[in-house]
Design a protein around this ligand. Structure first.
Ligand SMILES: Nc1ncnc2c1ncn2[C@@H]1O[C@H](COP(=O)(O)OP(=O)(O)OP(=O)(O)O)[C@@H](O)[C@H]1O
Length: 363
């Protein structure tokens, strides 16, 4: 299996910079997710790896080999598309075997290989069924089988689960991950769904406006987002992001403040900041207890295992902003309750208000 590397890659469509100065590597055997909102350049990046789109500038490597000028057929890749791209009138067996057929692999070697892949995907029983009429989940399994059948160097997944219902998504997510690990096939997954990226990928590359924002293990992105975009994009409910300033060792915002340890404060520059805190790192206490802020619950959203509260800061004076708190549920708090809020200062992130960078994450 080979690694994939994008080196100084640009893609322009006329005036539009779809991908800007991309430097990104996917290790051999790794699954890397490209995650970002619509229009961020993730599909264009995948298409350049596939050879469906040309590279405007820069180079893509599979292992040591530059591939930018190779046709898709010369790259030994397989693709799995969101709309499956199967032949509806052919059987499951014929669809999975199709890539072998076009390469002239026939007879027993082909049968053995197709049989093995069908077995791997739990498709043996359906081998003789026409693809038309299968469920979305089964169709996508067939297209994964078709991708695996000839042991490609790289599999590129383009939003593979977006047409499936919730149950099938969860099942197939686990299935793709199991097969990818079993086969150790280098894979890139394009998705706009963070749950999917986090569940399936070893590392996630977050893009916005054609620019790579951060790449790292899912936990890394969650705990140490490099900038405000990643902080806001990763996590549900989203991180609280609040404008603030310094007063000595204290960070002071609208209707809240926290005190940092001296050593940590000393490592941070002065200037306007944005503080970030995840809803699960905010606690609610009775209003007479000490806290980092006072407020009134304006909304309670029960989520089964947790309750999500929106709290207006400033105890109804209208002075503060709002904070979202996620409390293991079911909890006794209700809309209208006055509360004292605790912010876990060790989990609070500090971003530069101008550059929007996390001041404690190395660039
Ligand atoms: N063939 C094209 N011609 C002109 N502009 C294009 C073309 N393909 C993509 N773009 C533009 O390039 C930018 C990146 O598009 P891209 O499809 O890669 O984003 P994306 O993150 O995959 O979004 P989506 O999930 O909506 O497909 C967008 O501004 C898009 O409008």
């Amino acid at each position: 299996m080979s690694s994939i590397a994008f080196e100084q890659v640009f893609k322009r469509y006329g005036e539009v910079d779809a991908v800007k100065e991309l430097n990104l590597a996917c290790a051999a055997g790794e699954m890397l997710a490209l995650l970002g909102p619509s229009g961020c350049g993730k599909s264009t990046t995948l298409k350049m790896a596939a050879g469906i789109e040309s590279v405007t500038e820069g180079e893509i490597f599979f292992g040591d080999k530059p591939v930018s000028r190779l046709a898709p057929g010369e790259r030994n890749i397989a693709m799995v598309f969101e709309d499956y791209a199967l032949y509806p009138n052919m059987t499951v067996w014929e669809n999975v075997g199709f890539p072998l057929k076009v390469r002239g692999v026939a007879g027993q070697p082909a049968s053995e290989r197709i049989g093995e892949v069908l077995q791997l995907l739990g498709l043996r029983q359906m081998a003789d069924q026409k693809v038309r009429g299968l469920s979305g989940g089964a169709m996508q399994r067939v297209s994964i089988g078709r991708a695996l059948v000839r042991d490609p160097e790289v599999i590129l997944f383009d939003e593979p689960l977006s047409h499936l219902d919730a149950d099938q998504k969860v099942q197939l997510r686990a299935e793709i991950k199991r097969l990818q690990k079993l086969r150790q096939v280098t894979s890139i997954l394009v998705t706009h769904d963070q749950t999917e990226a986090i569940a399936m990928a070893d590392r996630v590359a977050v893009m916005n406006h054609g620019v790579l924002q951060q790449v790292g293990a899912p936990q890394d992105l969650y705990e140490r987002p490099a900038n405000l975009f990643v902080a806001n994009f990763i996590g549900e409910p989203p991180m609280n992001l609040m404008k603030a300033g310094w007063a000595g060792n204290r960070i002071v915002g609208e209707g809240w403040e926290v005190t940092l340890g001296t050593a940590r404060r000393a490592r941070l520059p002065d200037g306007a900041i944005v503080a970030g805190i995840r809803p699960e790192h905010v606690t609610l206490r009775p209003p007479d207890r000490a806290g980092d802020a006072k407020g009134v619950i304006t909304y309670r959203e029960p989520r089964g295992d947790a309750d999500v509260f929106t709290v207006a800061l400033g105890a109804g004076s209208g002075a503060g902003g709002t904070l979202v708190a996620e409390i293991a549920g079911p909890s006794a708090w209700r809309a209208g309750d006055r509360v004292s809020l605790g912010l876990d200062v060790d989990r609070l992130l500090v971003f530069d208000a101008v550059s929007e960078k996390n001041l404690e994450v190395a660039p």
